[in-house]
Design a protein around this ligand. Sequence first.
Ligand code: ADP
Ligand code: MG
Length: 376
Amino acid sequence: MEVILQHLTKKFPNRDRKKSDDVIAVSDLNIEIEDGRLIGLLGPSGCGKTTTLNLISGLLKPTEGRIFFGDEDVTQLPPEKRGIGLVFQNYALYPHLTVRQNILFPLQNLKGKDKLSKEEMRQKVLEAAKLVQIDDLLERKPNELSGGQQQRVAIARALVKMPKVLLLDEPLSNLDARLRLQTREEISRIQKETGITTIFVTHDQDEAMSISDIIVVMKQGRVQQIGKPQDVYDSPDNLFVAKFLGTPPINVFDGQVRAQKLYIGKDCVLEVKGVADRDVFVGIRPEGFLLKEDGAFVCKRKGIEVMGRDISVVSTNEASLNSTIRSIISSENKVDTGSATVRFDLRLKKVFLFDKETEERIYFEIGELQDEKEMV
Ligand code: ADP
Ligand code: MG
């Protein structure tokens, strides 16, 4: 099912009586979600993810804007008429019911022409349980299950009616690191198997990047960027998005553009064609540094961290806004551990410029010659 959000806005009255203005939880969201996709709604705590999901589910009514499921305007429909499945962070299972009864629950409320026979219900519960691989646990109570198993029951319960849209609000937050990894792969598999349009809310960029077809990055109730995870990582539209995606995080510096050259401190680090003289923020991805004896960018060497396949060179620079700079270098590189400085050339496609005021991206031209140098 295609889901379309048009100018969606949600304001809450401010409980703080000294402040008269409303809390704007979600502001003018415009998102089109293609049928059968898994969308990751990503942003820091408080940016409006849950509010957005609750608007789509119908648990909340928007202050402005409309929601379409396909051609149907569902803005005023109550949740039970929308054909959605919901999974929350805390699994919210009924403790006194068995796994089977928990999954069965949504089917028992069906009325009229949707009403199912006992046998049909039994069959659907079994199918949903098989899909999340808990069909051998059907007679247990929730407190006899691990966290990961409980979350699977919650997912089975959301799937049992075969919803048109599946909404997941931070479903993995209560799981430990390994289970989180495993369960997110499961969700990805189930989504592909069923083809149900799924909206997955998380504050974890790694999680969103790994399972989403498309990510929507949000900040303070507003969409910052929408795109394929790799595209957004490779070409962030603003400083917030650049900083929010990637581990280790992007390195940010104060920089100046003078005569189409980019300076960080007094080092002239790049040619930036087509940019007028101005002060900028410079974002450099950790993989954007090339270790080089006569490199243009000079930093103070602090140490080296070996991370399996790669080496991370830790350094400092007066123009750096982060306390340390992390650059990832392939382990074939020799790092001169005797020297107090470390020098880099920069990979053009890993360097982004941002306006100091608006923090919006400033684009520069990448020449062919420079492009080839990248390949080395
Ligand atoms: P997220 O899920 O991204 O952490 P939420 O959607 O829960 O964010 O909240 C977005 C903003 O709206 C926050 O500033 C939050 O305090 C506010 N908010 C959420 N629900 C209410 C409410 N019922 N009343 C007032 N403010 C709310
Ligand atoms: Mg939330």
